[in-house]
Design a protein around this ligand. Structure first.
Ligand code: SF4
Length: 397
């Protein structure tokens, strides 16, 4: 039961040991300055669950002065029945790099949001933004004025540069080969116009991971993936290798046999790596954290082309630059990104992502346009479908 609605189907989702979004919406229906919004949201959702129909009308153009993106228009198709959500726009706030907030900053975000919106949030949306769910058209300008006067900005939406995002990088991770947070912040500042004024054929996402463990899943979700790597040899501490073996690790089975390029060996208690063949996948390093470390000559691999299966099928990124130095002010990276975007913008059909355009036109004109020579690492076609499901039998030898 919520304020004025009976919600037996939603109530089921409050059972069990997990946090429940239904409980949180019910709380917002008690505490925000616009309680009818959250309450009517519950009423409409309950109705959707029983009729198996959605009642949100698609978008429409809403926004704030001077910006083309950042707000996603949302309206109920049943405004007479649920007047509290006749308008229920989504606002994207540009998140800080690595999602680091102070408690004070979070309180500020929530206090402003309680004043102008439903009180419902989503930290974070899959693009990375801090998402504020549900406000009215009249409240957008005062809401934006208050956030921007306190140093916040909107993120990207529509056919624009989307808010770049990154892993926690050097702030917390010993494997970060690049300063993912600084690169993310630099690219966000550099492409402000492209972020706020949609003028592209479709969305363009940049994601930055400090290493190939790829904590932001850049390789599966970003048109431009910047992934930290190294050029020289993996650093090996053989004394620590011995400690792993003494502690019972089966180094041959768990490490050497699982190296995707078979470039490792384990003889007489020592690990040897043929670094020329190493793909920098991070498997061995992430398993033997004390014995193995990335090399010292650090930089990034640049990949393009991944996307979720919205218009046509999903794609994984593929390598275009195997190694690039990534030092402030990142001019080489900015220049390369601009060339990539320019070729895509000049050639793509509406709603065509860069990966699809390269598939349609081929790598040759793309590489020629961006001035990158062909190299063996530019694998044309990695596995296409990132949503591959393994059967148990696949693991049996
Ligand atoms: Fe093999 Fe990956 Fe380790 Fe390189 S990083 S040696 S490819 S497991």
């Amino acid at each position: 039961m919520s304020g004025k609605y009976k919600t037996p189907l939603l109530d089921e989702l409050e059972k069990g040991p997990w946090p429940s979004f239904v409980t949180e919406i019910k709380k917002a229906a008690q505490s925000s300055s616009m309680p009818q919004m959250a309450d009517d949201e519950l009423g409409q959702l309950e109705k959707s669950y029983s009729t198996r129909l959605g009642y949100w009308k698609h978008g429409g153009i809403v926004g704030v002065l001077g910006y083309g993106g950042g707000v996603i228009g949302r309206y109920s198709s049943l405004p007479d029945e649920f007047p509290g959500i006749a308008h229920f726009h989504t606002v994207r706030l540009n998140q800080p790099s690595g999602f680091f907030y102070t408690a004070e900053a979070l309180r500020m975000v929530c206090d402003i949001w309680d004043k102008y919106g439903s009180g419902l949030t989503n930290l974070h949306g899959s693009t990375g933004d801090l998402v504020l769910l549900g406000t009215t058209t009249e409240n957008l300008e005062p809401l934006f004025a208050e956030y921007s006067s306190r140093g916040w900005d909107l993120g990207g939406s529509g056919s624009a540069m989307r808010t770049p995002s990154c892993c926690v990088g050097m702030a917390r991770c010993e494997w970060a080969n690049i300063d993912a947070m600084d690169i993310c912040n630099t690219m966000t500042q550099h492409f402000q116009d492209e972020l706020h004024r949609p003028a592209f054929p479709y969305k363009f996402k940049i994601k930055v991971s400090g290493c190939a463990c790829d904590c932001v899943a850049a390789i599966a979700r970003a048109d431009l993936s910047i992934i930290g790597t190294w050029k020289d040899n993996i650093q090996i501490d053989q004394a620590e290798v011995k400690k792993y073996a003494d502690a019972g690790m089966d180094i041959q089975a768990e490490i050497v046999d699982m190296c995707p390029t078979s470039c490792m060996s384990y003889d007489n208690g020592e690990i040897k790596i043929n670094d020329a063949q190493c793909a920098r996948c991070m498997h061995c390093i992430s398993k033997m954290t004390k014995a193995l470390k990335p090399g010292k000559e650090k930089g990034a691999t640049i990949l393009v082309g991944s996307k979720a299966p919205i218009v046509v099928g999903s794609l994984l990124s593929w390598v275009i630059v195997p190694f690039i130095e990534c030092k402030p002010p990142y001019d080489e990276l900015k220049d390369l990104t601009e060339k990539i975007i320019e070729w895509w913008d000049d050639n793509a059909k509406p709603r065509e992502r860069i990966g699809e355009l390269i598939e349609a036109k081929g790598m040759r004109p793309f590489l020629e346009a961006i001035g990158v020579p062909p190299q063996p690492q530019q694998v044309k076609e990695p596995r296409k479908d990132p949503f591959f499901f393994w059967a148990e039998s696949d693991f049996k030898k």
